[in-house]
Design a protein around this ligand. Structure first.
Ligand code: 5RP
Length: 220
């Protein structure tokens, strides 16, 4: 029987096909992204380096002898590979379970193609069962939480967690997100919100979904 880790490894291997020779690769965060980093290590002589979306991924890349560049030095990237907490068939996602959503959104925005790597458990019809992470400037925590309640959510502070950018995360429970593009914009306009975990305006371009029957490639 294939374990969830087997499925993650399979999609990580499949994502290597999307990495151009001699490129600088955008690299995401999380357990599936970690499998991708391990696969990238096997072809490290064929790439110039990587831009990481978190300190944790940067450390893992460096541990494999892969050069890590800042996004400012790298410029635009051909490809960004990352996991998701939930994804729909429209390739809209909830991300930020690992708390790296802001840097993930920045690197994704600077990348030509977003390849999402997931095991089958992440595919959903409607986003929102997974609590939506919202990164917030610490002094705005309570005021942002009140706005989120007005929008129908139940925000909970992620206890004992500070982002790579020195901010806090509110995980918003109880949402059924029928229009992710609209909600992403609405949340971004609340004063004190740095980033929200909806990746809908810039959705993934390709989903590599790990299933018991093999890796499925889904595009919109
Ligand atoms: C981190 C993320 C990750 O992509 C997401 O949490 C998925 O992680 P995993 O591959 O471990 O399930 O958005 O901020």
């Amino acid at each position: 029987m294939m374990t969830q880790d087997d499925l993650k490894r399979a999609v990580a291997q499949a994502a290597i096909e999307y990495v151009p020779v001699d490129s600088i690769v955008g690299v995401g965060t999380g357990s599936t992204a970690n499998f991708f980093i391990d696969e990238l290590a096997k072809i490290r002589h064929r790439i110039r380096g990587a831009v990481a979306s978190s300190e944790a991924s940067a450390q893992r890349l460096k541990g494999h002898g892969i050069e890590v560049l800042s996004l400012n030095d790298a410029g635009d990237l051909p490809v960004y590979v990352d996991g998701a907490d939930e994804i729909t068939r429209h390739l809209h996602m909830i991300k930020g379970g690992g708390g790296a959503l802001t840097r993930e959104k920045i690197v994704a925005a600077a990348s030509k193609k977003f390849i999402c790597v997931c095991d089958a458990s992440k595919l959903v019809d409607v986003l929102g069962k997974f609590p939506l992470p919202v990164e917030v400037i610490p002094m705005a925590r309570s005021s942002v939480a009140r706005q989120l309640v007005k929008l129908g959510g139940q925000p909970k502070l992620r206890e004992g967690f500070t982002t790579d950018n020195g901010n806090v995360i509110l995980d918003v429970h109880g949402l059924q997100i029928m229009n992710p593009v609209e909600l992403e914009s609405t949340l971004d306009h609340i004063a004190g919100v740095v980033t929200n975990g909806l990746f809908a305006r810039r959705a993934a371009d390709v989903l590599l979904l790990g299933t018991a029957e093999g890796v499925k490639t889904i595009t919109v």
